[in-house]
Design a protein around this ligand. Structure first.
Ligand SMILES: O=P(O)(O)OC[C@H]1O[C@H](O)[C@H](O)[C@@H](O)[C@@H]1O
Length: 298
């Protein structure tokens, strides 16, 4: 773990360093997790992956789903919360790890701050190493600024420090807690073209009205509006992002094949992931910067 972390955290009692084993069980020593307890909201973020595990607005409910079967192990993506998929989303054409390496890499904390309104800001950074260069041959700085208050905001910047253009796609892979996925309605996708990645040839269709998830679902919506709302028995979850894609995923009965989801657990969540993928993927120019943000609220 980074050398100066204890000194940095000593300035802000609202942030404490815990182990995933203390918070969520599983084998010791687990993974390091920052617990953030602010006046307007609380959150937990694993340093591996800069991975949000929990967000609860003050007086509100948990907005994120963390799998009861989640495994907290080095180099393994954690199931639930908000993994960061980048610098590529999904399967890699050359068989490199799905969803890139950001979610399984160890990030450093570079800043912690209490803002004027009491919200708590934490900035995490990841730099290239020989291992990342072997997967994505670019010098880079990934920077994720988290702001925890009544809303949760993730502000991402990806700086390509190399002298070559860098192909790039990414998603904030949010697992949203819902009482029963079969009873939700997702608005903010009406009229958008989506790619059904479950069907041969990945056919495209246009969404009509709200989306209701009633079976195994894996779709990439392109050029979506800024806001989606997931309405469910416990209220609503609002997502706002300046990215251009939205991926909607629920493994349904296939959850039985995913040991860290577990049979029978799929009704408790829906993934509505904002990012820039497929047609919305891009190239970051040599020396260029990609910026994206997403806000979750009740
Ligand atoms: O199991 P993972 O690598 O975390 O991926 C989990 C899921 O992520 C996204 O939602 C993709 O659209 C799905 O195709 C994939 O199954």
């Amino acid at each position: 773990m980074q050398a100066n972390l204890a000194t940095l955290l000593a300035t802000i009692p609202e942030i404490s360093l815990c182990s995933s084993a203390d918070l969520y069980g599983g084998e010791e020593p687990g993974l390091p997790v920052l617990k953030i307890q602010g006046a307007s909201g609380s959150a937990a973020v694993a340093l591996q992956g800069a991975h949000l595990l929990s967000f609860i607005p003050a007086g509100g409910r948990e907005l994120l789903w963390l799998s009861p079967k989640a495994v907290f192990a080095a180099d393994k993506a954690i199931r639930g919360g908000i993994p960061l998929c980048m610098p590529w989303f999904g399967r890699h054409p050359e068989g490199l790890p799905a969803h890139g390496f950001a979610r399984s890499s160890n990030w450093d904390v570079s800043e912690v701050e209490i803002l004027g309104n009491g919200d708590i800001k934490v900035v995490l950074v990841l730099h290239d190493t020989a291992a990342t260069q072997a997967l994505w041959p670019h010098a880079f700085v990934f920077r994720l600024a988290l702001t925890v208050g009544r809303e949760l905001t993730l502000a991402l910047s990806v700086e390509n420090l190399s002298d070559q253009p860098a192909p790039f796609s990414q998603a904030f892979h949010s697992y949203l807690a819902v009482p029963d996925v079969t009873e939700i309605a997702i608005s903010g996708l009406d009229g958008c073209t989506y790619v059904n990645t479950l069907l041969e040839g990945h056919p495209r269709k246009v969404q009509e009205g709200d989306l209701h998830v009633q079976s195994l679902t894996d779709r990439v919506y392109l050029n979506v509006p800024a806001k989606q709302v997931i309405s469910h028995g416990s209220g609503q979850t609002h997502i706002v992002s300046d990215t251009h894609s939205a991926i909607v995923w629920n493994p349904w009965e296939d959850a039985a094949k995913l040991a860290d989801v577990g049979q029978g657990n799929y009704p408790g969540f829906v993934c509505v992931e904002r990012g820039d993928v497929l047609d919305n993927a891009l190239t970051i120019a040599a020396g260029g910067v990609y910026r994206a943000s997403m806000t979750l609220s009740e």
